[in-house]
Design a protein around this ligand. Structure first.
Ligand SMILES: CC(C)(COP(=O)(O)OP(=O)(O)OC[C@H]1O[C@@H](n2cnc3c(N)ncnc32)[C@H](O)[C@@H]1OP(=O)(O)O)[C@@H](O)C(=O)NCCC(=O)NCCS
Length: 370
């Protein structure tokens, strides 16, 4: 259901932004060594040139992105009263990765939970954070999208392994009496079509004594996902823009989920939006699921693409099948209050060495005991 949230009283604005992209690069040319593909095919069919491979865990990526977001807002971890971590590739089942992040940040005053809505996870989390602030139960909420998707990629399947990458983005959402923040939003799900994008047996539905490589990892009907993503993201965006009381020409920037540049272009065309108002960074990172939008937002602010008072539209689509869209009115500050020096430790392995466990596991084919 589309929700209009610009009520009088408490609002929830984004006051800090940050990202953490691991340094190891996997280029299209590197992938040519692993599967039957070409740089030309990947570039023209997806817009992706390279992606990042993480040597650390999701909680480590999330920690660095969070410290940048906190610094940009001029806040300390102790100021947080809630952490929402959007991820579908967490460090472990229990504890939640949000709990690990809370400890790594030493954010002892914060409740913390993971939210899994796959590629729509950041928008879901932003909506939850906004509504908890508006309900008056929380005031200073860290919303993070962080993923280590390469762990779940079958590097013998050319139709999926070229698409995804690792990374993290974070925003700080704070209570405000100004009419800014999320003006309208929509989150949705169609679980009946889950099997067009899934990891069939990576959970309790699997067989722990006999994991089958062809049943693990991300499996996808790409063309069907493509069709649904374009219509769903476009239509949800139109609905939230209308619910916010805006016209299409009022939109200053569209920050869509970065899954395929052709999906982004088709969505923008469906909205009738000037391509100059669409933020695209997929060439550098591929699809980092819940991380794409907060990473893109951090880069948009850093590049001067966000101005005070701008109306920004977020739209996403992903496994579930989930979707989300939101209109966010930016506040009056586009400069960080301060800058964090937080960074990851350098990798201790090459990119190919990091991929070797996947190559060994999935390379065994169906029905082979690893
Ligand atoms: C996956 C995707 C890039 C495939 O592009 P497409 O234009 O639909 O291509 P198709 O799947 O129709 O495949 C066309 C051909 O390219 C081949 N192909 C697929 N992946 C390839 C690759 N990496 N390199 C070379 N050829 C490839 C296919 O095998 C097929 O060959 P065939 O015609 O001989 O059978 C595209 O469907 C897509 O991006 N879908 C959405 C995926 C997505 O966003 N998922 C996450 C959502 S959050």
């Amino acid at each position: 259901m589309t929700e209009r949230s610009a009520k009088a009283g408490i609002g929830a604005s984004i006051t800090g932004w940050g990202k953490c992209m691991p340094p190891s690069v996997l280029s299209n040319h590197d992938l040519e060594q692993l599967v039957d593909t070409t740089d030309e095919w990947i570039t023209t069919r997806t817009g992706i040139k390279e992606r990042r491979i993480s040597h650390v865990e999701v909680s480590d990526l999330a920690k660095v992105a969070s410290l940048h977001a906190l610094a940009a807002a001029g806040r300390a971890p102790g100021d947080l009263d809630l952490i929402i971590l959007a991820t579908c590739t967490g460090d472990s089942i229990i504890p939640s990765t949000a709990a690990v992040l809370q400890a790594k940040l030493q954010a002892w005053n914060a409740a913390a939970f993971d939210l899994n809505a796959a590629c729509s996870g950041f928008i879901y989390s932003l909506v939850v954070a906004t509504n908890m602030i508006k309900a008056g139960t929380h005031r200073t909420v860290l919303v993070v999208g962080a993923e280590k998707l390469h762990y779940h990629l079958d590097f013998t399947d050319r139709s999926t392994c070229v698409l995804f990458g690792d990374g993290a983005g974070a925003v700080l959402v704070e209570a405000t009496d100004q009419p800014i923040g999320v003006l309208a939003s929509e989150i949705g799900m169609d679980g009946s079509a889950a099997e067009i994008l899934w990891t069939p047996r990576d959970g309790t539905a699997g067989d722990r004594d006999f994991p089958r490589p062809t049943e693990c990892g991300i499996r996808m009907d790409g063309p069907e996902v493509f069709r649904r993503a374009v219509t769903t993201m476009g239509d949800a965006s139109v609905r939230v823009i209308k619910a916010a009381g805006l016209e299409l020409e009022d939109v200053d920037l569209l920050i869509p989920h970065q899954a395929n540049v052709r999906i982004i272009d088709a969505t923008a065309r469906r909205l009738g939006l000037d391509p100059g108002k669409v933020f695209i960074n997929i060439a550098s990172y591929g699809n980092t699921s819940a991380a794409t939008i907060p990473v893109a937002l951090a880069e948009a602010v850093e590049e001067g693409r966000v101005q005070p008072g701008d109306d920004i539209v977020f739209a996403a689509f992903g496994a579930g099948l989930s979707w989300g869209a939101a209109v966010l009115r930016w506040g009056d500050r586009v400069e960080p209050v301060s800058v964090s020096e937080a960074a990851l430790p350098p990798p201790d392995r090459t990119t190919m060495e990091m991929l070797q466990p996947n190559i060994d596991f999935f390379g065994q084919g169906a029905g082979q005991r690893p």
